[in-house]
Design a protein around this ligand. Structure first.
Ligand code: ZN
Ligand code: ZN
Length: 273
């Protein structure tokens, strides 16, 4: 199994960090988790074209995790040689978001169907809204869903993808919680979005400081990883943006609480587990 951090940014625009998205590939499966800003540029850099996607998982419906889902929908549709559904799994509310995207794309869909003789139908986006505690399969992958705690944003979920003997937990945004602990137990890898509280506190903006209470700190993520006995901790969605050269500092903060390998870095940082 290979985990690639497609976008390691946050809602704040960053010239070198795309928005939240992570690629998981294993046993011929290609799974995209979240679809933040610039996702298709990074997906292409990782060697994946949209028609190759077997499924898209959404951890929650915050804009920084879905802002380029419309690009995935359009490009998956237009680049597929024939009708091919795009399967999207996300929390309740996902269908509403996809319906809105389809409304937004309606003129474009008309233009393309009118223009291309071999294109007779619009995008076939098949949404499955998932609940905490559910398990579903995508090809050879078994996917478990748990609730996360990103309140007041609700509902939000994490996914545990198991293929063969490997498993990865995609924690999304949120603070440590029972659902996350349950998914992380014994996982091969755990991907968590993180912030540095003292850096956020230093910014004199109440709106920015509001994010402190619903994200895991680097320490929180490391402690969750340690409690679950996970193999590798992967950090992403850096708030504030991880400056070049500070990777070791961020890693050492996590290493105080978690003794396994800690992966973080630029967009397209990848780890095989
Ligand atoms: Zn969020
Ligand atoms: Zn986020």
């Amino acid at each position: 199994m290979k985990i690639t951090l497609l976008g390691t940014g946050s809602p704040i625009p960053h010239p070198a960090r795309a928005g939240a998205s992570t690629l998981v590939t294993a046993d011929g499966l290609t799974l995209l988790v979240d679809s933040g800003r610039g996702v298709l540029m990074r997906l292409t850099a990782a060697g994946v074209m949209p028609p190759m996607l077997d499924a898209v998982f959404l951890t929650h419906l915050h804009s920084d995790h879905i802002t380029d889902l419309n690009d995935v929908v359009t490009t998956h549709w237009i680049m597929s040689p024939g009708p091919r559904p795009l399967r999207v799994y996300g929390p309740p509310g996902t269908q509403e978001v996809v319906n809105g995207i389809m409304t937004m794309l309606a003129p474009d869909v008309r233009y393309r169907i009118d223009h291309h003789d071999d294109l007779t139908q619009g995008p076939d986006v098949q949404v499955t809204e998932v609940q905490a505690g559910e398990t579903f399969t995508v090809g050879s992958a078994t996917v478990r869903v748990a609730a996360t705690d990103h309140r007041p944003v609700e509902p939000t979920v994490a996914f545990r993808v198991e293929v063969g003997g490997a498993s990865v937990v995609l924690g999304g945004d949120g603070v440590p919680c029972a659902g996350l602990d349950e998914l992380c137990a014994g996982a091969t890898a755990y991907v968590q979005t993180v912030l540095r509280p003292e850096m956020v506190q230093a910014v004199p903006s109440q709106r920015f400081q509001d994010v402190l209470d619903y994200h895991s700190s680097v320490e929180d993520a490391a402690r969750t990883a340690a409690r679950g006995g996970v193999g590798t901790l992967v950090l992403t969605h850096y708030i504030p943006g991880l400056p070049p050269g500070q990777e070791d500092e961020w890693r050492s903060i996590a290493a105080a609480h978690f003794t396994g390998p800690i992966v973080l870095g630029d967009d397209l940082t990848a780890v095989e587990i």
